[in-house]
Design a protein around this ligand. Sequence first.
Ligand code: PEP
Length: 263
Amino acid sequence: AQNAGGAATRTTIRVGGVPIGPDTFTLIAGPCAVETPEQTLGAALMARRAGATLLRGGAYKPRTSPYAFQGLGEAGLRILAEIRDEVQLPIVTEVVDAADVDVVAEYADMLQIGTRNMQNFGLLQAVGRSGKPVMLKRGLTATYEEWLMAAEYIAQRGNLDIVLCERGVRSFEPAIRNMLDVSAVPMVQRLSHLPVIVDPSHAAGRRDLVVPLARAGIAAGADGVMVDVHPNPETALCDGAQALVGDVLDELAEAVATLPPLL
Ligand code: PEP
């Protein structure tokens, strides 16, 4: 994953035919968690209307509280796969345990490693063997070097299809959940050949900051943005406060359409 020669030779990764890399800009959107077929379809249609070319959605959720909704598991994967066929968007979904990699890889077009698992080395090696592209989110307190070394665990098992996702780091400010590290975009693009995207939804934890942060990521040269959307955020079982809907989603679509990245 290290880019010895600088930023000149950056890589494009394909997910079910959809490119993520320096010559394009990729919007990934979908529900934080898969809840029902209707909710997932609603979110997928919103994502597609906003210009997303990949659908996200968690079936295995890494929740801070063990009492919070943990996801539908394989039933959620089946819903995602049905909706993929209906809306024709490849799917990105998280795997939280090495024991689940085979089942998640059976359904998913891209496997997501969440922030809490960035240094779960057994899991990284397992997704490295899966044959599926991997989105590796930055750990909450990980340095760029630690993040890239985590990517090496995946690459070392023969899987070079890795996209890095900056999703905010732990800061001293309680008003926001995490602080999107915009510097990570150009810095990590210099240190590595891999695409770098940003997730302003999980960084902010609140809807009103998602579009400004997405704009910041785009302006910094991110290769894509991933956001949460939900047809009815008040009833969401996971992270409803950050899900885009209505006018705010329109604003995001406009930001993506009118603020092209530095191609
Ligand atoms: C997610 O994308 O669903 C998620 C839980 O993100 P993170 O690992 O960045 O918190």
